[in-house]
Write a protein of this length. Structure first.
Lengths: 242, 425
């Protein structure tokens, strides 16, 4: 009888302990970056022979789905700027002189990172949590794209239980093919309560032997006017730097 | 001992990591004055079309034509509070078998005042680019013509005063931006824009509505006849973009000749339009496809009359040594018959493949401009290599094909090969 009561109690208690994947994903978003911030990033494309190509970007973000990135280096790319508003993306090249629409699967830098990785908005904006399970040190979230315009149809995200920061993310196409894996490393205190991985590394079975790395620096909370995130402002975004 | 070895290995690995991926953000602090640019060397060879009307007009009398060009583009920016000064300078030296030419100009030189992110006032020479098309822009009312063979080439601007007002909203309409401008034309300022003695008024009204870019554009009567238009651009999926332009020009004037050289000025209201797409395949090949209906272009019979007139001029020159008709034809060519793509209908297609056969930083592409009216076309294969930091190497070959009295069959060149070496600093 006692055993039966214990089993019943366990069964009743189970829903209470069910993992709330949506809440975990929300925490991941906020732990990775504040809603509005500015930061510097270095992108490094590493070739199979060890050669590297580097880009430095100044980025500003507001809310959950507005982000601008300005190229500071190398000289051949300096002054280029990209804007993302939800599913819309544009690239401004000073020589061309006007912003043109780009798509999330293209890459403004080449290498394994595409535009969706470089101009990443909150995961909760693009994905819903399809399933959440618990592993030894991590939660495993299965995320499904909200629309067909999202770069990856499905994500498998391993989230550290203690820090609520992602450890690895596998990105899949609608066909089920693995496109790339992101590895989050080197947790660092950026000040202002921001403690997150300073390095994101990616590799892909589609680019065998290649690796791309994103290094983060100077992530600071900062508020911006909505007008900064518009096509007309894109050629002038350099003026936002202090 | 084992533990010490493991520890040493870990420390060495950590040091290697730090060495490999260092990022000193202090190197990228903002400076009030910044400059950069590139230096380019471009040798080229043209194989001439000795049967072409434009070969006869330019009187080259040879089968090949070589040219070397060196270009320095310098960009500088100075920021001080709400003000900034932008400069884009161009210096070129071109030498060919017949002459040499030096060009020095400012493509842009303007002061911006930006008291608020929602308002900017620009004064000076600047290159505004309107429209969404890649190869052509029928709504590009206040800019110098684009060369569809090199659509991304920087162009010289016009001197103007322009303002920019931006408003944001929540909901389906996310942005409205209004860009009015004044563009004066006199003998000394913007003299190639149109008739002197006018301060031209133009404006662009931009909307981001339901994830679609929409522009309404307008140029009032002045140095040019009045015109208005609309363009749009939208991503349909994560790898497909569509765009279009439509422009209406009232009282458009154009000189038209008959085969004997009698010219008349035609005045009519015309409509131009463009529809295009950009598609990224799974194998990283990007396709741009555009159809252009050029309302300001010449008809097939008007172009045939012009070619016959050039033939007559050439016959007169050979018979009497008088080049009067050829001179007249040359003036007509400068007035419109000789501009790039002077006819009514065009198709543009470009396919570029990123890093094929695992060749890093190598992008071959293939572009075609087709005149479906006379079935002539140009094909342009290109090889681009960017594997050396700050150096861009590009090889381009133009191949023109067409019968007599067709657009590409009457051009000056049969083939043209160009090599670019561009160093950024």
């Amino acid at each position: 009888m006692k055993k039966m009561i214990a089993i019943l109690l366990c069964l009743l208690a189970m829903p209470v302990h069910a993992i709330d994947g949506a809440a975990i994903l929300k925490k991941v978003d906020r732990n990775l970056e504040p809603e509005s911030y500015e930061m510097l990033r270095k992108l490094i494309n590493v070739e199979p022979d060890g050669n590297k190509k580097e880009f430095v970007l100044y980025s500003v973000k507001k809310g959950r789905d507005r982000i601008v990135a300005l190229f500071l280096a190398p000289p051949s790319d300096k002054g280029r700027a990209t804007l993302r508003l939800g599913d819309n993306m544009w690239l401004y090249i000073p020589e061309v002189g006007k912003p043109m629409r780009i798509t999330s699967l293209q890459s403004v830098t080449g290498g394994v990172f595409n535009n969706a990785d470089i101009l990443r908005v909150d995961y909760t904006v693009e994905y819903t949590v399809e399933a959440a399970t618990e592993e030894k040190d991590n939660y495993l979230l299965i995320l499904k794209a909200r629309t067909g315009e999202v770069a990856y149809d499905k994500l498998k995200m391993w989230v550290d239980k203690k820090t609520y920061l992602p450890v690895d993310i596998e990105c899949y196409a609608a066909s089920g093919m693995l496109i790339k894996t992101l590895h989050f490393k080197d947790i660092k205190d950026f000040g202002g309560g921001i403690r997150r991985p300073a390095t994101v590394e990616t590799d892909s079975p589609l680019y065998k032997g290649y690796k791309s790395v994103m290094l983060y620096a100077q992530i600071k909370k900062r508020e911006f006017a909505d007008k900064v995130f518009t096509l007309n402002y894109l050629p002038r975004v350099e003026g936002m730097r202090k | 001992m084992k533990r010490v070895s493991v520890l040493c290995a870990c420390l060495l690995a950590g040091a290697a990591w730090a060495e490999e991926y260092s990022f000193d953000a202090a190197e990228f602090e903002k400076k009030p004055f910044e400059f950069g640019g590139y230096l380019e060397y471009k040798p080229e060879r043209a194989w001439l079309n000795r049967d072409g009307a434009f070969y006869a007009l330019n009187g080259l009398e040879r089968s090949t034509f070589d040219r070397n060009a060196a270009t320095l583009k310098l960009n500088a920016k100075y920021n001080q509070g709400i003000a900034s000064f932008t400069l884009r300078a161009d210096a070129e030296v071109r030498r060919d078998e017949l002459s040499s030419e030096r060009i020095k100009r400012f493509d842009e030189a303007y002061v911006s005042l930006k008291p608020d992110p929602g308002f900017t006032l620009d004064t000076g020479k600047q290159a505004l680019k309107w429209g969404k098309g890649y190869a052509w822009n029928p709504v590009g009312f206040v800019e110098r013509p684009k060369d569809p063979n090199d659509a991304e080439l920087a162009r010289e601007g016009y001197t103007m005063v322009a303002a920019d007002f931006i408003r944001n909203f929540d909901g389906e309409l996310r942005t409205i931006a209004f860009t009015p401008l004044l563009l004066p034309v006199s003998g000394a300022v913007n003299s190639d824009f149109g008739k002197p003695g006018h301060v031209n008024v133009a404006a662009k009204l931009y909307f981001l509505y339901r994830d679609t870019d929409i522009d309404l554009v307008y140029l009032g009567r002045g140095s040019r006849t009045p015109r208005f238009g609309i363009d749009f651009s939208r991503n349909l999926t994560s790898n497909l973009e569509i765009h279009g332009e439509w422009a209406r020009i009232t009282d458009f004037e154009q000189k038209v000749t008959n085969a004997s050289g009698a010219t008349t000025t035609q005045r009519e209201s015309v409509t131009s339009s463009l529809l295009g797409l950009r598609y990224l395949c799974e194998n990283d090949a990007t396709t741009i496809l555009e159809y252009y209906r050029n309302g300001t272009g010449y008809t097939q019979s008007q172009m045939s009359d012009f070619y016959r007139f050039v033939d007559n001029g050439l016959s007169q020159f050979q018979a009497t040594a008088s080049d009067a008709l050829l001179h007249q034809a040359l003036n007509l060519a400068r007035g419109g018959y000789g501009r790039p793509n002077p006819m009514r209908n065009y198709v543009y297609a470009k396919i570029s493949q990123k890093e094929p056969f695992d060749i890093l930083y190598f992008t071959p592409s293939f572009a075609a401009i087709i005149n479906p009216g006379d079935r002539s076309f140009s094909l342009t294969p290109e090889l681009l290599y960017t594997g050396i930091t700050n150096l861009e190497l590009r090889f381009r070959l133009y191949m023109l094909n067409g019968d007599a009295q067709t657009e590409f069959g009457e051009k000056q060149n049969l083939r043209r090969a160009e090599l670019f070496a561009r160093y950024y600093f």
